[in-house]
Design a protein around this ligand. Structure first.
Ligand SMILES: [Zn+2]
Ligand SMILES: [Zn+2]
Length: 305
């Protein structure tokens, strides 16, 4: 699972939300109302993920304009002492009985149906690396979940970093997890770069990490190139130069493994619209976080060095 720089790839951007609920489980809108709410707001796709249910959503699909994706939120038991898992399944069509399955077995069942799994809101769940380490087969983790803001635990950045450090490549998803009508709607989403607004193309883009997450800030371009650097000892070596362009930001942070990386802040009230960072390899990976003046953030997927 390697990061493909979506800013240089072909296609166009489609805005989507990978986690939502309807009255089929504990959401307040019907399936029809939920899809209309996202289609009317200009989204390219929405995944319906009712707890333990899979609904046929094909009638909400508008070819070329709006993609309705069926999914589910599954809750396998936690054999490691922590709370029950919340795992979002994207693009599954049959319900999965989680009762006697290890969480990785549930993920395997999701993939057998051609779908993909995302670990949901680990901060809200109270999950630590003890709960997350034994799991495998998922493509990402929710870095931001709008409904979890209700208890002040919407952002799971350090859980994501721990997975990147201890496990390896994992993509970050911002989602609404909308249950209500307003407070958890259109707050977190992904921008996916795809050549077509069709299920196989969108799923392929998700698997390649060809997307970024946002609560509002926009990323316009990311340039990645190899440059020659001179070490402190005077030796010549290769490094990776990352140059990002974005909507006005108070900070642009290039985060690497553990104590590596760098945060670039605005000076004298002048907001940043670009930043450049040279990564020399000890970072292992770099993911970029943009923060706008209202505190809203955007997150790129990690680039492995
Ligand atoms: Zn959940
Ligand atoms: Zn949910």
């Amino acid at each position: 699972m390697q990061f493909v720089n979506p800013f240089k790839g072909p296609g166009q951007w489609y805005k989507g939300n990978a986690h939502s609920h309807s009255t089929v489980s504990d959401g307040r809108l019907t399936i029809e109302e939920r899809f209309a709410q996202f289609q009317e707001a200009g989204y390219g796709f929405l995944v319906l993920t009712d707890h333990g249910h899979v609904s046929d959503v094909s009638s909400y699909d508008v070819p070329g304009e709006f993609l309705a994706i069926s999914g589910s939120e599954l809750h396998p038991k936690n054999p490691y002492g922590g709370s029950t898992y919340h795992i979002v399944a994207i693009d599954i069509h049959e319900p999965i009985d989680t009762a006697d399955l290890h969480p990785s077995g549930v993920i395997e069942k999701i993939r057998e149906q051609g779908g993909e799994a995302i670990l949901c809101h680990p901060y809200w769940c109270g999950h630590t690396i003890i709960d997350l380490m034994p799991l495998h087969g998922y493509i990402g983790v929710e870095v931001y979940n709008a409904t979890c803001v209700g208890i002040g635990k919407g952002v799971s950045e350090s859980h994501w970093d721990e997975l990147l450090d201890k496990i390896g490549p994992t993509f970050g998803f911002a989602v609404d997890d909308c249950h209500g009508t307003e407070h958890d709607v259109h707050r977190g989403w992904i921008h996916v770069k795809s050549e077509k607004l069709e299920l196989p193309a969108i799923m392929d883009a998700l698997r390649r990490g060809a997307f970024y997450s946002s609560m509002g800030p926009e990323i316009h371009d990311l340039d990645i190139s190899e440059v020659e650097v001179t070490t402190r000892e005077g030796d010549k070596g290769k490094a990776t130069r990352l140059h990002i362009h974005c909507s006005p930001a108070v900070s642009i942070a290039f985060k690497g493994c553990r104590s590596t990386g760098r945060n670039y802040g605005a000076h004298n009230g002048e907001l940043l619209t670009e930043a450049e960072h040279i990564a020399r390899g000890s970072e292992r990976y770099i993911r970029i976080e943009i923060t706008d003046p209202t505190g809203k953030k955007a997150w790129t997927n990690p680039l492995w060095l």
